[in-house]
Design a protein around this ligand. Structure first.
Ligand code: DX5
Ligand code: ZN
Length: 220
């Protein structure tokens, strides 16, 4: 199963409802919401208000990616706003296991994101507590960056770890995913693909969703 998660970061916020409708029409599986606090990353974006607005616009799962310090502060407000998946960075908290547990108890799925330089081994320690592993294929903070080629082997290694432990967690990749890079990420074992500029920067966002899906298949 291939999941395509358009990133709202690259949508036209003046026409958010139209852009969401386009990707829904194109068969998007999830909507990816990038929350940045201007501290963990040098950029500031959305909070619970955006999640609540998207919740009213669509029934799709809201895949919330927190690039924030102190992610524990956002569990309750984001659950209340209608987030479906809550993915925080391993680098942002000293108490990953506790936070994963709190997220699940709130009714959301719990995800762990890893920056490009962060080793994979920490996921083994909490593998039973994780519903999603997010491999960053750019350094987080901005849309429109280039896919870091080393991410492909990291995805492969993450796939192996999940399989070895019998984990059914989603394996998501985020950053620089496009027609040219999605095939390699898929072949490496990712099943969920975030794409911002590739979708909303295209002339036809609705058609770009199935096109990305097709590129996954073409690689196999
Ligand atoms: C980057 C964000 C991404 C971003 C991806 O920090 O986490 O989700 O929206 O944008 P593209 O697909 O343009 O690299
Ligand atoms: Zn993201």
């Amino acid at each position: 199963m291939i999941r395509i998660a358009p990133s709202i970061l690259s949508a036209d916020l003046a026409h958010l409802a139209d852009d969401v409708a386009r990707v829904v029409e194109g068969g998007a599986d999830w909507l990816h919401v990038d929350v940045m606090d201007g501290r963990f990353v040098p950029n500031l974006t959305f909070g619970a208000g955006m999640i609540a607005a998207l919740r009213r616009l669509s029934d799709l799962p809201l895949d919330v990616h927190l690039m924030v310090e102190e992610p524990e502060n956002y569990v309750e407000p984001f659950a209340d706003a209608g987030a479906s998946l809550f993915t925080f960075h391993t680098e942002a908290t000293a108490h990953m296991q506790r936070l994963l547990d709190v997220v699940r108890k709130s009714g959301m799925k719990a995800g762990l994101a890893l920056n490009p330089a962060t080793p994979l081994n920490c996921i083994e320690e909490v593998i039973d507590d994780v519903d999603l592993v997010l491999i960053m294929s750019v350094n987080p903070g901005f849309g429109g960056q280039s896919y870091i080629p080393a991410a492909t082997s990291k995805i492969m290694r993450a796939r192996r770890i999940l399989d070895q432990h019998g984990s059914t967690a989603y394996l998501e990749v985020d950053g620089g995913i496009s027609r040219d890079t999605i095939g390699a990420a898929h072949a490496a074992g990712a099943d969920t693909f975030v794409a911002g500029s590739a979708i909303f920067g295209s002339s036809d966002p609705a058609m770009e969703v199935p096109e990305l899906r097709r590129r996954c298949m073409a690689e196999v």
